[in-house]
Write a protein that binds this ligand. Structure first.
Ligand SMILES: C[S@@+](CC[C@H](N)C(=O)[O-])C[C@H]1O[C@@H](n2cnc3c(N)ncnc32)[C@H](O)[C@@H]1O
Length: 384
C-alpha cells in the first residue's frame, strides 16, 4: 500500500518511479495473456512430458504446432513466463542452448491434471468475460444495471449462463477448475470439519466437483449437488453424488451440513441473509452446520500480494455478480442477522473455510478460534 503523501509537488525521480509503477499495473494484463497463450499452446504439458529433464528450446519448438515463421518469437514468450516464475531456464545437457523445466506455478496449469487451473485461467480471460471490464466506468455513470456484465450483455451472469449453453459450460468448467485444486486441500487440511457427518448438500454446487471430492474422501457421507436447472443439466453423471435442481432462495434440501463454495460472495448482504436462513432451516438446530468457502478480507494481512488478490476478487464480484468480498466483521454481521450462534474460520490460501453453527452447545470443546454470536460477539474461548 502506498504511504500517504500530503505534498502536491514531486521530484523527477519520484515521478519516474510512479511512471514505472503505472506501466507495471497496466502491463500486468500482458502477463495474464502470455499465460493464456502458453495454456492454449499447451507449453506446460509439453515440457512436463519431457521425462523430468530440462527440455531444450529446439525440442520445445519442434513439439509445438506453431508456424516455422514464429519459432524465433518463442524464446521471448518463454522469457517473460520464466521471469513470472512459470518455468525455470537452464542450460541443455549439450550446453549449446537453453532448456526449460516446469515449476509449481506451471504444474497447476497442466491440462490433464485433476487439479488443473487451466480452464479457470482461460474462462477468466475469455473475451466474453473481458468485455465487461470495458464497461466499468459506463456502469458507474448509469443507474439501471446491477453490474458491468449486465450493462454489456443485457442480463445477469446467471441468466446468460441459462440462455447460452456454450457460456454455461465454459462457466461451469471455470468453476470446476478451481474446485478440483482447492477441494483437495479442504478434505485433507480440514478433515475434522466432516467428522460425524452423514449427509451434505452442496448448495450452488456447480457441476459437482466439490461434492465428488468430498464423497471420494469420506465415502460414508451421502452428498447431493443443488444448483439451477441448466447447471444440473450440464453435470456429468456420477454414482458418488445425487443432483437436485432448484432455486436456493426458495428451498434448500435438508442435510447434516450445507456446503457453499463461492456462493455468498456473489450476493448482497440482504440476499446472503435470505440464503443463509434457508440453509439454517435445512440443518438440525442442535447438530447441524453450514460450511462456507469464500474470501475473508485481510485474512493474510502480512502478505500484500494475497491482500491484492482478495481485492481483485472483490472487483470481479462488482463487475460480474453484484456481490462483494467481506472482512470478518462483515461476515459476523450477516451470521448474527440470520440468528447463528457461533462460527469458526480456517484460512485456506486466499480463501477461508468458515463453519457456522446454529447452536453453541454442539460446539463446546472446539478450538479457541470459535466465536460466539447472539449479541455476545466475543471469543468463545472464555465460555469453554
Ligand atoms: C461462482 S459459482 C460456484 C460454483 C461452485 N460452488 C464452485 O465453487 O465451483 C456460483 C453457483 O451458484 C449457482 N446459483 C446461482 N444462483 C442460484 C440459485 N438461485 N439457486 C441455486 N444455485 C444458484 C450458479 O449456477 C453457480 O453454479
Amino acid at each position: 500500500m502506498a504511504t500517504p503523501i500530503k505534498k502536491q509537488e514531486f521530484t523527477a525521480e519520484e515521478l519516474l518511479q510512479a511512471q514505472a509503477q503505472v506501466f507495471h499495473h497496466v502491463y500486468a494484463q500482458i502477463g495474464a495473456m502470455s499465460l493464456n497463450c502458453a495454456i492454449e499452446l499447451d507449453i506446460p504439458g509439453i515440457i512436463s512430458k519431457h521425462g523430468g529433464e530440462p527440455m531444450p528450446l529446439s525440442n520445445l519448438i519442434s513439439s509445438l504446432p506453431i508456424s516455422a515463421k514464429k519459432a524465433a518469437f518463442l524464446p521471448r514468450l518463454m522469457r517473460i513466463l520464466t521471469h513470472m516464475g512459470y518455468f525455470v531456464q537452464e542450460t541443455a545437457s549439450d550446453k549449446k542452448e537453453v532448456a526449460y523445466t516446469i515449476t509449481p506455478l506451471s504444474k497447476v496449469l497442466l491440462k490433464d491434471s485433476p487439479t488443473s487451473l487451466s480452464s479457470w485461467v482461460m474462462g477468466m480471460l475469455h473475451p466474453y468475460s473481458r468485455v465487461s471490464w470495458h464497461r466499468l466506468s459506463d456502469w458507474f455513470l448509469e443507474e439501471r444495471y446491477e453490474t458491468p456484465c449486465e450493462l454489456e450483455h443485457g442480463k445477469s451472469l446467471w441468466d446468460l449462463a441459462s440462455e447460452i449453453p456454450y457460456y454455461n459450460h465454459r462457466f461451469n468448467e471455470t468453476m470446476a477448475g478451481d474446485s478440483r485444486l482447492l477441494m483437495k486441500a479442504v478434505v485433507t487440511k480440514c478433515e475434522e470439519v466432516f467428522h460425524g457427518m452423514r449427509t451434505l448438500v452442496d448448495v450452488g454446487g456447480g457441476t459437482g466437483t466439490s461434492a465428488r471430492t468430498i464423497a471420494e474422501a469420506f465415502p460414508h457421507i451421502k452428498c447431493t449437488v443443488f444448483d439451477l436447472p441448466h447447471v444440473i443439466a450440464d453435470m456429468p453423471e456420477s454414482p458418488l453424488v445425487d443432483a437436485v435442481a432448484g432455486n436456493m432462495f426458495e428451498y434448500v434440501p435438508k442435510a447434516d451440513a450445507i456446503f457453499m463454495k463461492l456462493i455468498l460472495h456473489d450476493w448482497t448482504d440482504e440476499d446472503c441473509v435470505k440464503i443463509l436462513k434457508k440453509c439454517k432451516e435445512a440443518v438440525s438446530e442442535r447438530e447441524g452446520k453450514v460450511i462456507i468457502v469464500d474470501i475473508v478480507l485481510d485474512s493474510n494481512k502480512e502478505d500484500p500480494k494475497m491482500t491484492e488478490t482478495q481485492l481483485f476478487w472483490d472487483m470481479v464480484m462488482m463487475a460480474f455478480t453484484g456481490g462483494l468480498e467481506r472482512n470478518e466483521d462483515e461476515w459476523k454481521h450477516i451470521f448474527n442477522e440470520v440468528g447463528f450462534s457461533s462460527y469458526k474460520i480456517t484460512p485456506l490460501g486466499v480463501r477461508s473455510l468458515i463453519e457456522v453453527f446454529p447452536s453453541i452447545i454442539h460446539n463446546y470443546g472446539a478450538s479457541s478460534s470459535m466465536y460466539v454470536m447472539n449479541n455476545l460477539l466475543k471469543k468463545a474461548s472464555s465460555y469453554m
